[in-house]
Structures are given as structure tokens and as C-alpha cells.
Write a protein that binds this ligand. Structure first.
Ligand SMILES: [Zn+2]
Length: 470
């Protein structure tokens, strides 16, 4: 006996009928707005080559750390899910076997956003109308596999079908940006831009840091032996990224620390980290670089994003066998008030700078982030990120930030994903949750309904475009 898969039209809306009716009306006004995806990790090669995706497992399971972290937590080995090892040794190579294992364990995702996104993908993209479980695994695999072999499921066709107005990918300055060039020079009109993520040449604790910096400086024709050469190389690569459409930079640091060193102290610190000094120097160098990036942003107009405080690759055995980004990243405590002060002392009041702050520590929403963004003109609040990109995470974000920072110090939604097919589902969840939150304000007579309609549109579309200068 199969069970029907049906997405309820009122999903995520308030249960109270009067409030639900307001949410429905607000959502009707934003449901079909184009998608602006100003920060994420899709592969620009997809849109450059426009090749067919190979099979259901390699598209939906093998690259998705949200999926395999949950399966692994219940004892499913990553090898059995086809996750490649760092040695290139064999793991499960049969996509149907991987799919069946996933289907057998699909109940593990009950109550999670992954379940909501995946069900949306199955129903809306592939037209599946029964729930995924052991009995329907092969039906799912065959339906999805057949669809993926058709032109309608090529990356560019899906981009258009999803109503994406613009998508930003994220590249390191060591990237040639060749795929972005191919996209720009093609006759396709889809807007795919890059973002400047310099962590491999900013974080002295990144693998191959000194060699990365030498490559980075050489490509810019600058002397890696000098601090001013290193800074000039950043200016060179930022200009190269802007030519590829970038309007933003992104910084994934272990903390939000910033610093304001004298030129001589910064130059001496640069020499020390290039020679391989310790953790304290590394933290100070990253801190100084955030300030340097802010200074350059004021000159070239690029918006800064800070994604701090994650303990990357916490599971040492998974790191050793499978490498980074395998679901073993765990949030750390956040601290922004002291950490950002050196940068804010210099640039916090400068309207030419936009610094968008993200956190995985919800404790700082009301205590630190909303008061900071509700004061400094340079600061904005990024949407609930990663573990909190979820209905409850979105509700908590609005509850804890709105009264102090308002709606207009937030920047709309980021899907921040590699999972291309889930992008419309993620934006839809954000639109529904924002409408649900606004409906509550309207029902309690805290906001007139016509203004709620304006805010709903801003949160779904206008604020992202404005904050990211798109
Ligand atoms: Zn990201």
C-alpha cells in the first residue's frame, strides 16, 4: 500500500483560521515573485556546460551533507551512500543501491526541513504523488532518472523554470572564473554571478596557506614577500571578480574578531604568518584582514558577508577518510560586541559599507546582533543560516530581532545551498514563514494589513536586491 504525497496549500501557516486567512492573502502576493539568490554554493560549471545531471543519487544524496549527516548519525556508513573518500578508493557506486538505502531510512527526516525540501522537489519538480519509502524506492528512482535524461532537466532549463532572476556562486581568488566567463559569453541570458571568498589566502590555518598566497600574488603580478604587495593582490582579484559580476565578498572565519593594527604591525604580522607562526597570530591576521576587506569595500562597493563561528570537520575520522564538508561542522558560541568593535570604530558609521552578519548562535540575536544592526548604518542582519534555515529558525529570528532592528535591517532570504533543486523549496519556506509572522502582527493589530503586504514583498525580493546591490 503506497501513501499519497500531497503538499498542503496551507503548510506552515497559522492554525488559527482568521490569522491563516491573512497569511494566505500575504503569501498570494509574494508566491510568484522571482527568486534572488544572493549567496550560495551551486557549481557554475552546471550553468556553463548545461550538461544533464547523471542520476538521482549523485544529484540528490551523494553531495548533500544535510542528508548524509542524518543518515550517518543513525549508523548508515558514508561508504554505503557513495560519498567519495579522499584516497579515491571505492565506495558504493550503484546509484540505485544508494537510492534504496536512502528510501529505507527516509523516516529519519520526519520533522526536519530536509524532509520538507525533498518532498517539494519530488512533488513539484518530478510530479511524484506517493511518499518515498522502501516500497516506492524503485518507482522514485526510475521516474527521476528518466526525467534527468531529458532537456527540460538541464541546469539552464531548471534555472528558468524555477523563476531565478539571479544566482550568486562563491569562489576563491585562486579560481580562474572560467565557468563564469563561459556563461557570460554564451547566448543564454540567465544571470549567474560570483562572490569573492578569500579564506584560502586570508586564513593562515587553511591548508597550503603560504603557497596559496604566493600563487595569488603571482597571478596579480605582485610581490608575495611584501604586505603592500599582498594587499594589492586582493585589489587585483576583487576587480577580476567584479568583472565576473560579483557584488559581494564572503568570509568564513572561526570568530567575528576584527583588528585595527598599525601598518608596521600588520606588515610584521604578515611576515610571521607567511613563515608559519602559531594560532594566536593566525586569529589576529584574520581579524586584521576583515578590517582590510572593509576598507577595500568602501572603495570598490562590494558588500561584505561574515559567516563566523563554526567548528569545521569536528569528526576526525570522517575528516581523514572523506575530507571537509561532510556534515561534521558544529556551531560555536558567537560573540560580536567586542569582536567587531575595531572595525566598527573605523567604518561602522560609513554608509558606503554594508557588512551582513550571520550567526549559528541564536543566543546573540536579541542580545548582540539586533542591537548592533539596529544602530550602526554599516551593519545588516543576514537571514537564519544553515542549522536555522528552518521554519522554527525563521520564527525565532523574527521574534528575537524585529523589535530592535526592524525588518529593514535584515536582507531577505539566502538559500546558501549546493542543492540546486531545493532552491525554490527553500525560498518558498522563507516566504511562507515571513507571511505567517506578518499575519500574526496583523491579527494582533500591531501592523496594518496593507503595510504587511509591503513588508512581505520586501522580505521576499526587494531587500535582497538592495542589500546586495543587484
Ligand atoms: Zn555559504
Amino acid at each position: 500500500m503506497t501513501r499519497p504525497l500531497k503538499l498542503h496549500p496551507d503548510r506552515l501557516f497559522p492554525a488559527d483560521p482568521a490569522t491563516r486567512a491573512i497569511a494566505r492573502s500575504l503569501y498570494a502576493g509574494v508566491r510568484d515573485l522571482p527568486i534572488i539568490s544572493p549567496h550560495g554554493h551551486t557549481d557554475p560549471a552546471w550553468f556553463a556546460a548545461d550538461a544533464l545531471f547523471s542520476d538521482p543519487a549523485s544529484l540528490l544524496i551523494v553531495p548533500d551533507h544535510y542528508v548524509f549527516r542524518m543518515l550517518m548519525s543513525q549508523g548508515v556508513p558514508l561508504d554505503a551512500l557513495g560519498v567519495p573518500t579522499v584516497y579515491g578508493s571505492a565506495t558504493e557506486a550503484d546509484p540505485r543501491a544508494i537510492w534504496r538505502l536512502f528510501a529505507d531510512n527516509y523516516h529519519l527526516f520526519r520533522g526536519t526541513p530536509s524532509r520538507m525540501w525533498l518532498d517539494w522537489v519530488f512533488a513539484e519538480i518530478f510530479g511524484l504523488d506517493v511518499i518515498l519509502e522502501r516500497a516506492t524506492a524503485d518507482h522514485y528512482f526510475d521516474t527521476i532518472d528518466a526525467a534527468l535524461k531529458t532537456d527540460a532537466f538541464r541546469p539552464r532549463a531548471l534555472f528558468e523554470r524555477f523563476g531565478i532572476e539571479l544566482i550568486a556562486t562563491t569562489e576563491s581568488p585562486l579560481d580562474s572564473l572560467e565557468h563564469h566567463r563561459t556563461i557570460r559569453e554564451s547566448d543564454w541570458s540567465g544571470r549567474v554571478v560570483t562572490a569573492y571568498r578569500p579564506d584560502p589566502v586570508v586564513d593562515p590555518e587553511a591548508a597550503g596557506f603560504a603557497a596559496n598566497v604566493r600563487t595569488f600574488c603571482a597571478a596579480a603580478g605582485e610581490d608575495a614577500g611584501r604586505w603592500d604587495g599582498y594587499l594589492a593582490a586582493h585589489r587585483f582579484h576583487r576587480a577580476r571578480f567584479r568583472e565576473a559580476g560579483a557584488t559581494s565578498t564572503d568570509h568564513g572565519h572561526p570568530s567575528a574578531a576584527t583588528a585595527n593594527l598599525s601598518e608596521a604591525d600588520a606588515a610584521a604580522l604578515y611576515a610571521r604568518v607567511m613563515a608559519g607562526s602559531g594560532a594566536a597570530d593566525a586569529e589576529l591576521f584574520r581579524a586584521q584582514l576583515l578590517t582590510e576587506m572593509a576598507r577595500m569595500s568602501i572603495d570598490d562597493g562590494m558588500v561584505m558577508q561574515l559567516h563566523p563561528a563554526v567548528y569545521r570537520s569536528h569528526n576526525v575520522a570522517v575528516l581523514a577518510r572523506f575530507g571537509r564538508d561532510k556534515g561534521g561542522d558544529i556551531p560555536l558560541q558567537g560573540e560580536f560586541v567586542h569582536a567587531l568593535k575595531p572595525l566598527l570604530d573605523l567604518f561602522g558609521n560609513d554608509p558606503r559599507l554594508t557588512l551582513i552578519l550571520f550567526t549559528l548562535d541564536e543566543d546573540v540575536y536579541s542580545r548582540e546582533l539586533a542591537p548592533l544592526a539596529g544602530h550602526y548604518p554599516a551593519l545588516r542582519l543576514g537571514p537564519p543560516w544553515w542549522f536555522h534555515d528552518s521554519p522554527e529558525g525563521m520564527r525565532r529570528f523574527r521574534e528575537r530581532t524585529t523589535e530592535t532592528a526592524g525588518f529593514y535591517n535584515s536582507v531577505g532570504f539566502n538559500d546558501d545551498t549546493r542543492a540546486f533543486l531545493s532552491i525554490p523549496a527553500r525560498h518558498d519556506v522563507a516566504r511562507r514563514m515571513d507571511c505567517a509572522w506578518l499575519a500574526q502582527l496583523v491579527a494582533e493589530h500591531r501592523l496594518p494589513e496593507d503595510e504587511a503586504h509591503e513588508v512581505a514583498r520586501a522580505l521576499a525580493y526587494d531587500l535582497a536586491k538592495a542589500a546586495y546591490k543587484l
